[in-house]
Design a protein around this ligand. Structure first.
Ligand code: G4P
Length: 349
């Protein structure tokens, strides 16, 4: 539930190509080769479609790009922690944002954990395009990777997590059984960038009793272990971004979805970039919500921002459009899927 607020100036950055057309209410965040170590198929950003014909001004007429500044979090510390603890887990649970599965994957963490079997949780799938999510499931699944779409907010799909883990680790569990260890404990490390829904997932999946870390040899005191099912324990890790986005569309998509905090970005620029995409998608929810005509949609995005402000009665003294307020509203509403169920990136076909 995003609140409408007075928008502080922030800083963000540039272009991206859209993705998926989808309207109304219906269903439901790295690109980096290292990040895709477990993927069954190669991934790519969807290429930019050609600009639409004689629209009054193509959206590219707005040089609205900015370098998105962000705080990566304690990346070095987190990497050291993961390196230290990786040997004691049997699998990794990686949470991605179903709307941006490439951009929401921390390539450094993905590379660090690449050798482990993993369950990939496509979270926030309630806000993603369903067909795109299906494609992502196929693209990311592999011998050592199971992919589950989840909506941790409602809990939908979360019940599939433990069965997927059991299936993924069945050979290992069988081997323990053959050695006479009937109740082995499988340990899973959970990773995910900030705001992807890690806490929400942990709250859903964890039994109330936290595992007692200091009881077991080799288990670092102070780590956050949770029991998720009989024989399954989970280790939490801090959600961190990576220090540098090589691809500026990644930073932009992370900003659209709220993974990078608004208070470090120019939100008007950010909203204008988002409008570039929304104009192309023309989801019914977007058009209806802002009462947009074809002529409105043909305007450059900075003009469209003013139009939306006026349609919404967001004015400053003198009757001018309050574009800052409108920008905040557009971003909030996109993040709440009020402008349609939209996935911003696709796997390679
Ligand atoms: P984090 O630990 O990875 O940083 O993320 P966290 O769980 O705090 O979730 C970040 C935001 O995303 C929260 O919203 C949370 O409710 C929301 N969220 C998590 N999973 C899902 C999901 O599957 N679907 C949807 N639609 N939202 C999800 P918030 O606005 O920050 O807080 P609140 O409104 O829930 O209080």
């Amino acid at each position: 539930m995003k609140k409408q607020r007075n928008i502080p100036k922030k800083n963000y950055k540039q272009s991206g190509r859209l993705a998926q057309k989808q309207g109304g209410r219906s269903g439901a965040r790295t690109k980096s080769s290292s990040a895709n170590a477990t993927a069954a198929k190669p991934l790519r950003q969807k290429p930019s479609p050609k600009p639409k014909k004689p629209m009054k001004a193509a959206h590219t007429d707005t040089p609205h790009t900015q370098n998105i500044q962000w705080f990566p979090g304690h990346m070095t510390k987190t990497k050291r922690q993961i390196e230290r603890d990786l040997h004691m887990v049997d699998a990794v649970a990686e949470i991605l944002d179903a709307r941006i599965p490439l951009s929401s994957r921390n390539p450094d963490i993905a590379a660090l954990t690449a050798g482990k079997p993993r369950v990939i949780l496509l979270n926030k799938s309630d806000m993603a395009d369903k067909q795109a999510t299906k494609k992502w499931i196929a693209a990311l699944s592999g011998e050592k990777a199971r992919v589950i779409p989840v909506d941790c907010k409602s809990g939908r799909g979360v019940e599939k997590f433990v069965p997927a883990l059991k299936e993924l680790l069945s050979e290992k569990i069988d081997a323990y059984h053959k050695k006479g260890m009937l109740n082995p404990t499988m340990r899973v490390m959970i990773v995910g960038i900030p705001n992807v829904g890690k806490s929400t997932f942990i709250n859903r999946i964890s039994k109330k009793n936290k595992a007692v870390a200091s009881d077991r040899p080799g288990v670092t005191r102070g780590n956050q272990w949770f029991t998720v099912a009989k024989g399954f324990e989970m280790l939490d890790t801090p959600g961190v971004l990576w220090p540098k986005f090589d691809d500026q569309t990644v930073g932009e998509r992370l900003a659209f979805t709220g993974a990078i905090k608004d208070n470090i970005m120019d939100i008007e620029l950010l909203a204008i970039r988002l409008l570039d995409l929304l104009k192309e998608l023309k989801t019914p929810a977007f058009i209806e919500r802002y009462s947009l005509t074809d002529d409105d949609l043909s305007q450059p995005s900075h003009e469209l921002l003013s139009i939306i402000a006026k349609h919404r009665g967001m004015l400053i003294s003198g009757g001018e459009a309050d574009t800052e307020r409108a920008a905040a509203a557009i971003l909030d509403e996109f993040r709440a899927a009020k402008l349609g169920y939209i996935t911003l990136e696709f796997p390679a076909d």
